[in-house]
Design a protein around this ligand. Structure first.
Ligand code: SF4
Length: 392
């Protein structure tokens, strides 16, 4: 089976993609994925340095060439904050395990994705950080993506699977799981031994079903919103995805066509996601080609290229500094209405939490926000957008 710990949420919805005979396209990593890998590598390296477990001569990983949003990330500080929170525990980065209904094997620390030969019923699992503290353990997953696109800690199957491995291998009775985001936000949940025993039964049943033993054959695709929301690795080649795309009626509404029911709209939505998946794959392949070979001609004197984008902004210590630099271009009266004082919310939140006692960060930040609300200096803009949410 081709499942791994990071895909346990998807495995609960569909087993087809995990079949050994289903190919996964070898797509190039996106810029966001490269940045995420770099963040993880720096955090891992820093934890190893702080805990004295780094390989001799290990250097801080270099960032990818396009750093973008990652300029504001502070992976070294994030690693330090984690280590400070657990001064007396054993903290290890990049722990790898293999689960099967026969038990859990430990593969080692910092082995990458080199799991070796696995039996059909074995599922490997890499954990960003494992903290061992007697009967209690903590499993940490660092996240660089958007919070709203991440399954919360309390329902996150990847973390629950990691907690199960740690519970079974290290004997921890309570396992806390944490999502630690690059913007400083932390989401936590604790499982006890009974929760983990229940989950073990579910996983063993899934492994049994994935073997095809319960269906007299191999599992077939079970399409749904999970295909894209849980990043199925086979979504651009899965027969169900591919067959849904050429459905002209579903994808191309004639000028006078209307959507006739919620079910019709829902069906169109799924097909649109499938089509977008295939086009995203083409988009990524073209960009990877440009990265390697340079600009590609598009005709009409145009080309598609990788170009630098710079944004101009002014950052000064005081309005006077800006006024002086204007050097008479505007009078004081003309300049005064342009002055605004604003503080980036994310940076303020990070600063408050950095000063907080362990586990007090979220409540300190809530108190700070309440003070700002009371002072009447918070600007809240409510906009509407379409997005997927839990049915109500
Ligand atoms: S795309 Fe959907 S139906 Fe197809 S294998 Fe993936 S999860 Fe299953």
């Amino acid at each position: 089976m081709k499942a791994s710990g990071s895909k346990m949420g998807l495995l609960a919805h569909c087993l087809y993609w995990a079949r050994d005979d289903v190919p996964w396209p070898d797509d190039p990593p996106s810029d966001a994925a490269k940045l995420g890998s770099w963040y993880h590598a720096v955090v891992c390296w820093m934890i190893q340095v702080l805990t004295g477990t780094a390989i001799e001569g290990a250097q801080k990983p270099e960032p990818p060439s396009r750093i973008g949003d990652a300029n504001e990330w502070t992976p070294e500080d994030d690693a330090r904050a984690l280590c400070l929170e657990y001064p007396n525990a054993e903290i290890r980065a990049e722990a790898a395990y293999v689960y099967s209904p026969r038990g859990v094997r430990f593969l080692g620390y910092d082995i990458g994705r080199d799991y070796g030969e696995l039996a059909p019923d074995e599922i490997p699992c890499s954990l960003d950080v494992v903290i061992l503290d007697g009967a209690r353990a903590v499993v940490v997953d660092w996240k660089t993506g958007r919070r709203e696109n991440t399954e919360p800690a309390a329902t996150n199957a990847q973390l629950l699977f990691g907690a199960l491995c740690v519970h079974l291998y290290h004997g921890a009775l309570n396992v806390e799981v944490q999502l630690r985001f690059a913007d400083g936000w932390i989401d936590r949940h604790t499982y006890d031994a009974f929760d983990l025993m229940d989950y073990q039964e579910e996983i063993d049943a899934l492994i049994f079903d994935a073997s095809g033993a319960s269906t007299n054959g191999y599992p077939e695709p079970r399409p749904g919103i999970h295909c894209t929301s849980k990043w199925c690795p086979a979504r651009s080649t899965c027969p169900k995805t591919v067959e849904s795309v050429p459905d002209g009626d579903a994808l191309v509404l004639a000028p006078d066509a209307v959507i006739t029911s919620p079910e019709h709209a829902g069906s169109l939505y799924h097909r649109m996601l499938a089509a977008r998946t295939l086009l995203d794959r083409v988009d990524a392949a073209i960009k990877a080609y440009v990265d390697e070979h340079g600009a590609i001609p598009l005709g009409d004197g145009k080309e598609f290229a990788l170009v630098d984008r710079s944004e101009w902004s002014i950052a000064a210590d005081s309005p006077e500094q800006i006024f002086d630099a204007l050097d008479g271009s505007l009078t004081k009266e003309e300049f005064a209405p342009l002055i605004r004082v604003s503080v980036p919310k994310g940076e303020l939140e990070k600063a408050i939490k950095a000063k907080s006692q362990p586990r007090k960060g979220a409540s300190d930040w809530r108190d700070t926000k309440a003070k700002f609300e009371a002072a009447g200096i918070v600007a809240t803009k409510v906009t509407q957008r379409h997005r997927v949410r839990k049915a109500q």
